[in-house]
Design a protein around this ligand. Structure first.
Ligand code: ZN
Length: 158
């Protein structure tokens, strides 16, 4: 177990497309454990492998309901709309308004490379979209309506 360094905006790795995971290996398992540790340490709700400099299609999420690991995730369905503040561990201390689907269904592989399906609403749907975008080199800052603003602890409730 180890904390990894979170890459921040401007690092070219965040603009690259990640490659699918072909098989589970001890190294990838270790990466996933490290990603979870790094995400919790930074108090984030999600982390994508490119954010720690690894161009593999792996995402970790925890919106307060326990850890979710997505390998090679794909959005199967999305519906509805939500507009709210979004932030990113790669853009520390900032947030901005982003419109996302309110309901998202995702197919992925879990840490045992078995297929899993998740459905999420609100914050979880937002996290699925945000983290999967990272795997295609997309940052939420490209989607922000209006301007980024600094996060203060007083209005940090989504
Ligand atoms: Zn992010």
């Amino acid at each position: 177990m180890a904390l990894r360094t979170i890459r921040t905006e401007g690092d070219p790795v965040l603009k690259k497309t990640s490659r699918p995971v072909q098989e589970m290996t001890p190294r990838i398992r270790e990466l996933i454990v490290d990603m979870l540790d790094t995400m919790y340490d930074a108090m984030g709700v999600g982390l994508a492998a490119p954010q720690v400099g690894i161009l593999k299609r792996i995402v970790t999420i925890d919106v307060g309901e326990g850890p979710i690991v997505l390998i090679n995730p794909e959005i199967l369905e999305s519906s509805g709309e939500q507009t709210g503040d979004e932030g990113c561990l790669s853009v520390p201390g900032m947030a901005g308004q982003v419109t996302r689907p309110n309901h998202v269904k995702v197919k992925a592989l879990d840490i045992n490379m078995e297929e899993v399906i998740y459905e999420g609403e609100e914050l979880l749907a937002r996290a699925f979209c945000h983290e999967i975008d990272h795997l295609d080199g997309k940052m939420y800052t490209e989607l922000v309506e209006g301007e980024l603003h600094q996060v203060t602890y007083d209005d940090d409730e989504e």
